[in-house]
Design a protein around this ligand. Structure first.
Ligand code: AMP
Ligand code: GLY
Length: 425
């Protein structure tokens, strides 16, 4: 089969490597892919948001399945355009991608269907939002309605900070039109868990749970980033919690989407917080998480292609999806200065990898045949092992065998999970 993958980050590299394991895969195209992905797929310089060009490419190359990985093309309607062109695709239609594309939509859906989430108010009028923050409980959380490259959430400890957050989003439009409306919500506490799931709109199969590390520096300090590392499974996500989430959150969500005439098909990501009052939804994403995918897919046993085809064709109920009992850890190597200013263009030396090791390239380009750094997050060093402590150790050992100038990584990926495990492993 010929497969087209839209996107070009570490998540897409992990998807492509997993799809390649299936003997049915003859060829993979990536739009735009990256200098690193070029080792595993044929890359073409078409932007992930240029939907007409993506559809023409898919038709010209007679692709059998198109996988739309990033949020922005999905929210813009890439899956709808592929469907209209008669191309089989993996990813939600635009009206279902709104579950990530509009936080106001997601919050109202949860309220209407009784799905546990932080209490909230929504505003499209700045003066109303400003008067609300004069009396709301602190800390409070101000969120831009639309997509904002993962930066549209501001946790405000003081009224001054909350006022400033509202003004920067609604008046100064620091996130463009994404800030035309805002959600202001209750601050929740508890461990965070990411659960990605496969769903065809009727059946939902959760993948192994994971834990992201979003801040740039050790101990959860520094600025928010796209994610500095992940572990799977997440030890806070026990069998009891999983059962409760399935009953109170996952199934009610896909039923709600179906009832609203927006059946969700693809990968639905649940960002959860395990609060003292039970699990609550922090956010939905309409796609695989990055860098969660980099630890989840190596633990998937069997064919990702078969599962994606079953989702795309609406027959997930008949398909076996199985995850290994092992653990995985991903350490992101970034360019010094990320997520703010950083230099690009340093040559990267990659080590040989063993069967339990993987390098997923995120921000790298080919220059005169050499791989060079080309982004803030450069690559993920991933290891799997029988236990989480061994996976963490092995991921750091792998990361330490990668070389490029100005590289940095967090040194405490997995520590919170290991502490939670205590003497259990
Ligand atoms: P997001 O950019 O939507 O992934 O949110 C970034 C981070 O903000 C989340 O991973 C949480 O750590 C935090 N966050 C979002 N909403 C809340 C909330 N209601 N209470 C506490 N923390 C939150
Ligand atoms: N790791 C969080 C996300 O993909 O949005």
């Amino acid at each position: 089969m010929k497969i087209l993958v839209i996107g070009g980050g570490g998540r897409e590299h992990a998807i492509i490597q997993k799809l390649k394991e299936d003997p049915k895969t003859e060829k993979i195209y990536a739009l735009p892919g990256s200098g690193g992905i070029a080792a595993d797929a044929e890359c073409h310089p078409i932007s992930a948001t240029d939907i007409p060009a993506i559809v023409s490419f898919a038709k010209e190359h007679s692709v059998d399945l198109a996988v739309v990985a990033p949020d922005d093309p999905l929210v813009l309607g890439a899956a709808d355009a592929l469907r209209e062109a008669g191309i089989l695709y993996f990813g939600p239609q635009k009206n279902a991608a709104a579950i990530e594309g509009s936080k106001v939509f997601a919050k109202n859906l949860m309220k209407k269907y009784g799905i546990p989430t932080a209490a909230y108010e929504t505003f499209d009028d700045m003066d109303a939002a400003l008067s609300y923050v004069e009396t709301c409980p602190l800390p409070t959380v101000v969120k831009a309605d639309g997509l904002a490259l993962g930066k549209g959430v501001l946790i405000c400890e003081t009224r001054d900070a909350a006022r400033e957050a509202v003004q920067s989003m609604m008046r100064d439009r620091i996130f463009g039109d994404s800030g035309a409306r805002v959600v202001i919500e209750e601050f929740l506490t508890g461990p965070e868990v990411s659960v990605l799931s496969f769903t065809d709109g009727k059946t939902l199969v959760p993948m192994v749970s994971s834990m992201d590390h979003k801040r740039a520096l050790d101990g959860g300090k520094g600025l928010n980033t796209g994610g500095m590392g992940t572990v799977a499974p997440n030890p806070f996500y026990t069998a009891d919690v999983a059962e409760r989430c399935m009953k109170e959150i996952f199934l009610p969500t896909i039923r709600a989407m179906k009832t609203e005439g927006r059946p969700f098909s693809g990968c639905l990501y649940f960002g959860l917080m395990l609060t003292p009052d039970g699990p609550k939804v922090i956010e939905y994403n309409c796609r695989f998480g990055d860098p969660e995918t980099q630890v989840v897919l190596p633990l998937l046993e069997g064919s990702l292609l078969d599962v994606m085809l079953a989702v795309a064709q609406g027959r997930l109920a008949e398909t076996q999806v199985k995850f290994s009992e092992k653990s995985a850890c991903c350490v992101i190597l970034a360019s010094e200065g990320y997520p703010q200013h950083y230099e690009k263009g340093y040559p990267i030396t990659l080590p040989e990898t063993g069967p339990d090791e993987r390098i997923y390239i995120a921000g790298a380009a080919l220059k005169d045949g050499r791989l060079v750094t080309n982004g803030g997050r450069v690559l993920g060093a991933v290891a799997t092992a029988d236990t989480l402590p061994d996976a963490v150790k092995a991921a750091y050992a792998l990361a330490d065998r990668v070389h490029f100038d100005n590289a940095f990584c967090r040194r405490d990926i997995g520590q919170r999970a290991l502490t939670a495990l205590g003497g259990k492993q």
